[in-house]
Design a binder for this molecule. Structure first.
Ligand code: GLU
Length: 422
């Protein structure tokens, strides 16, 4: 994978390499972890509404199972590649290990624009994906959840298809399902909620308080929307928001509840009556704010634009939004980046809670689950922060990402040693 053409894969491999150097792990460990255990590529024929058959390309990457079954989302996106999927699966391994979950990492992808499909076509694609991958899925084998372009409805079709093939209802085989199929209401907003918890804790740790701090968020999908909502509820002043149509900003603060209504009514948050608008969706990353959060897609902060960031903290709600070159520029400017594997672990952590409830045929209340999630996010963050502070005297340039990856790798390494893999 040395000649990776995916920027995301290069980013993740660089992260991994830095972690290996810092933790002084043996080469054999790197050799195992820098490759996925299994990659399955599938062709997915779907009959479109006009009668034509379209064949979509799909993947499931099962990166590591040393800590437990593979776990990670399924992405529906027209530009996703196999290399991106491998990178995302590696990130899941790191994220799950860091959060202390009993999971390895995996990720699925289909090259499709889900917005261009009718509901029936989307259902068929979801079912065909499960039929194609059925032999390598299951509640003890590989447990998918949602990612960019998929949602609880897609999970519902998938769990139904899987259950039909097995012959009985298997709720624990997929997570982030609708509540009536064993989902927990927290899961819908869990990633954004977790980002908000981390935003608050990092602000308190680095600035002494989060009171009155300003926040700007790129992306108003499942992550960005709920990140904005919960951070606003926690007392942050949200000064800018964006979606694929552009950016809206208001230095006096945006009423996030109202922004959500505007998005529902008009299809875009840009219609919110703020003080200013811009067509540039990256504008959210450059506005005057204490904290900015790239919560949309990968490769948003690069060597070309990192110098434009005015914030003191970057919270990565998306996976892989900052390239290594950008991170170096930000570090030189004294900007602290809270890495994806730490900041956006709330989604998979809530998925874990859902899986546990499904296996036990129990259902916890929304409040209890949310409190557990907040605690997990806070503990996780503080563990990495203390590792970071421990590493600083010896490694001047060490980042929070380095500290996170070393912490995560240590757990994976110990498991490999115990299982006799190394
Ligand atoms: N897509 C989520 C992530 O990137 C995880 C999905 C899940 O398995 O719950 O962390």
């Amino acid at each position: 994978m040395g000649g990776a053409s995916s920027i995301l894969l290069k980013t993740v491999l660089t992260t991994l390499q830095k972690g290996f150097e810092l933790g002084k792990f043996p080469d054999s460990f790197y050799k195992i972890l820098s490759k996925p255990e299994r990659v399955v590529a599938v062709s997915l024929p779907v009959r479109l509404s006009d009668g034509r058959i379209e064949v979509f390309e799909g993947f499931r990457v099962q990166h590591s199972s040393v800590l437990g079954p593979y776990k990670g989302g399924i992405r529906f996106h027209p530009e996703v590649t196999l290399e991106d999927d491998i990178a995302l699966a590696m990130l899941m391994t790191l994220k799950n290990s860091l959060a202390g979950l009993p999971y390895g990492g995996g990720k699925g992808a289909v090259r499709v624009n889900p917005k261009a499909l009718s509901k029936r076509e989307l259902e068929e694609l979801s079912r065909v994906y499960v039929r194609a991958l059925y032999p390598v899925l299951g509640e003890q084998v590989d447990i998918p959840g949602p990612d960019v372009g998929t949602d609880p409805q897609v999970m519902a079709w998938m769990v139904d298809e899987y259950s039909r093939l097995r012959g009985f209802f298997c709720p624990a085989a997929f997570t982030a399902k609708p509540v009536e199929l064993g989902g927990n209401p927290v899961r819908e907003y869990a990633t954004g909620f977790g980002c908000a918890v981390v935003t608050k804790v990092v602000a308190e740790e680095l600035f002494g308080s989060s009171k009155g701090l300003t926040l700007s968020i790129q992306g108003f999908g499942n992550v960005g929307l709920w990140h904005a909502y919960w951070a606003w509820k926690m007392g942050f002043k949200v000064v800018a928001l964006s979606d694929s149509k552009g950016t809206v900003y208001d230095p006096e603060g945006i009423n996030v509840e109202k922004a959500i209504e505007v998005k529902k009514e008009t299809g875009t948050v840009v219609e919110y009556p703020g003080k200013g608008q811009s067509r540039d969706v990256k504008e959210t990353l450059y506005v005057e704010a204490d904290i900015v959060a790239p919560d949309a897609l990968e490769n948003q902060l690069t060597a070309e634009n990192a110098h434009l960031v005015k914030a003191r903290i970057v919270v990565e709600g998306a996976n892989g939004p900052t390239t290594p070159e950008a991170e170096q520029i930000l570090a030189e400017k004294g900007v602290v980046v809270v890495p994806d594997m730490l900041a956006n672990a709330g989604g998979v952590a809530a998925s874990y809670f859902e899986w546990v409830q499904n296996i036990q045929r129990l259902s916890w209340s929304e409040e209890d689950t949310r409190a557990k999630l907040a605690e997990l996010m806070e503990t996780n963050f503080k563990r990495v922060l203390s590792q970071w502070r421990k590493l600083q005297p010896e490694h001047k340039r060490v980042t929070l990402r380095d500290a996170a990856v070393v912490t995560s790798l240590q757990r994976i390494y110990n498991a490999m040693i115990s299982r006799g893999w190394l």
